[in-house]
Design a protein around this ligand. Structure first.
Ligand code: GDP
Ligand code: CA
Length: 319
């Protein structure tokens, strides 16, 4: 079975661990979000790709969900001693090595997809990880600070401001000119099922879908497309997804997110059991819906979620 997953960072990566366990023989291709990428200290940092790579490769800081395990921060301290920031973005010493290797390869002319493959040679995530595009796409958020409206980098909004101010708009700058990375459209065309994990619908999955050709390829693939809600009990399980959903006019509920993707894209949707009352509304929107436990508390629970997603895909196929 060939499975394609559109993944952001933590939500996507944790789900993928369960999927690998639920379908050990499947051939899984992960299309990773690169809209969160940022240049820091002259280095190219790809937080979502690295979260997937470290999580599946056994190098993740488990409690935090991002960054390396057994991390130290000497380099950051030394940079701060020179007055060189930003101090609000946590890059550890081990993590820095990844960004140095990546930047060196990019400077030598390799595209991001080839660099990601090279980094994965070390981590062996057990999936094929492809960035959504080799072209630069950077998510910016329009905010109002001291009465002045301005656009800031997504990481500045998310990490420095902790989404404490309202987002007026979310723009994946460069997406309209970006091309899907080599292998992305091919993987979708050859897939037996496409899964939207419980990743952020706006700044993770939404950004990937903003690359021209990807949304169309998924809609036209003629295979089940199923998703899992990152919203449980009318709030994101983790993080501030409600802020960016509000920016695109979508309420923070499992049903509204399904409608936002729409039946033109999505065939099946899983909501948590606490949102069982949403099933009818999602079904009325033309999307098959089931309520099952959706909390990734441990690997067993996450594996069961992945199984449910694959079962729903079969039901969609048979319908
Ligand atoms: P990010 O790039 O690190 O923000 O990660 P993603 O975009 O892949 O996923 C973020 C989303 O994961 C958030 O909106 C969370 O609500 C969702 N999430 C995190 N843990 C869980 C969980 O246990 N269950 C569900 N259903 N969603 C989760
Ligand atoms: Ca992210």
């Amino acid at each position: 079975m060939r499975i394609v997953v559109l993944a952001g960072g933590i939500g996507g990566a944790r789900f993928l661990r369960g999927l690998k366990q639920a379908a050990p023989d499947a051939d899984v291709t992960v299309i990773g979000n690169t809209g969160d990428d940022i240049h820091l200290f002259g280095l190219k940092v790809c937080p979502d790709l690295d979260t997937v790579m470290y999580t599946l490769g056994g190098g993740i800081n488990e409690e935090q969900g991002w960054g390396r395990a057994d991390e130290t921060f000497h380099l950051k301290e030394e940079l701060a001693a020179y007055g060189v920031g930003p101090e609000w973005f946590g890059l550890g010493d081990r993590d820095f090595a990844t960004h140095i290797v990546r930047t060196q390869m990019l400077s030598a002319g390799y595209p991001l997809s080839a660099v990601t493959e090279a980094l994965c040679d070390r981590w062996k995530p057990g999936v094929r990880l492809i960035p959504m595009s080799d072209d630069r796409v950077e998510t910016h958020v329009a905010v109002e600070v001291d009465g002045e409206r301005k656009a800031i980098h997504f990481q500045e909004y998310w990490v420095r401001l902790r989404a404490s101010v309202d987002a007026h708009a979310v723009v994946p700058v460069g997406a309209d000119q970006a091309k899907p990375a080599p292998g992305v459209l091919e993987a979708i065309a050859e897939a037996d099922v496409v899964i939207f994990p419980p990743s952020n619908p706006v700044v993770s999955v939404g950004t990937i879908l903003a690359v021209p050709g990807i949304r169309e390829a998924i809609a036209d693939a003629g295979v089940p497309v199923v998703g899992l809600s990152p919203i449980v009990g009318d709030a994101p399980v983790r993080g501030m997804a409600d802020k960016v959903l509000a920016a695109v006019g979508v309420e923070s509920t499992a049903a509204a997110v399904a409608e936002h993707y729409g039946s033109g894209l999505l065939d099946g949707w899983l909501v948590d059991t606490v949102d069982a009352s949403a099933v009818e509304r999602v079904a009325a929107a033309g999307i098959q819906c089931r309520a099952v436990p959706l909390m990734m508390t441990d690997l067993d629970a996450t594996t069961e979620m992945a199984r449910q997603a694959l079962t729903l895909a079969e039901e969609v196929r048979d319908a």
